[in-house]
Design a protein around this ligand. Sequence first.
Ligand code: CO
Length: 339
Amino acid sequence: MVEVLKRLTEARGVSGNENEVREIVIELASETGAEVSVDRMGNVIARKPGKEGAKKVMLAAHMDEVGFIISSISENGMLKFQTIGSIDQRLLLSKRVLIGKNAVPGVIGVKAIHLQLPDERNQVVKQKQMFIDIGASSKEEAQKVVQLGDYASFDSSFVQFGDNKVKAKALDDRVGCSVLLEILKEDYDFEFIACFTTQEEVGLRGATVAAYHLDPDMAVVLEGTTCADIPDVPEHMMTTRMGRGPAISFMDNSSIANPKLFKQMVETAEAHGIPYQIKENIAGGNDAGTIQTARSGVATVVVSTPCRYIHSPSSMLDLEDYYNAVRLVKEFLKGCESH
Ligand code: CO
């Protein structure tokens, strides 16, 4: 399971350009015996048919991650860029990125502290002032390896460290994809539809199309969510805490959980002695927001793995939370079968 998480987080998949991630998902989903297809939005849909006339249960996790797109190339060979998805611009300086199909390495440049005027040192450098340096000495040289519209992602490797912790980029939501691929190995008596969605970070676009097309009876959304159990954050703002189990949401900025499914998820954790936590702050949004309102409405619930520093090149999770998310959702789905 750790290997899958490593593979998925090291693959590049900025919204709208999820190809690398999609290839891995197709490969691993096919190995489970599911019938795998890709729709026009690039969503990967892996189905396992249930009993005749059984209800349709959709599980969703998004494949895309936040990143950048190259918007212009300067005469001196430097690249200007736009962000895709929400990224705190204060964390961009000096970060390494990989650009385009050939993964051209680049660095987000910054004026050295020696050259900054005293008041500049107290200001946040705006993203619009930033540039990516690929070592090209002219526009012509840069154009040999980078085109306008090329995507760029954070260059960050998967590291296991500390007390069962992992550091990687894109844990939001490759952890959800990993959880879903693991659950897909099981067979249930309902129709199981695993949907690996695209373009979540830019407005839940893949899931909107998928939920309309699939028209499920209920959905479980698997996420990597904010975790701020760090110094100087008041307790009620921590949202989730690492190592305390998967987080079940009663509400976030995009959806309100179906009360029955929320209760069933909590009771499942209690009944099986699986560590869990209730997400304690109304923060973030995810594919449940659009799945919930598809067609005549879908009962949804969200289960997230707590991740510190999401939307950065170095997000973190506790492997036990990841394993427990798999356990919890598997047991929950067993409870959804008709007996
Ligand atoms: Co997410």
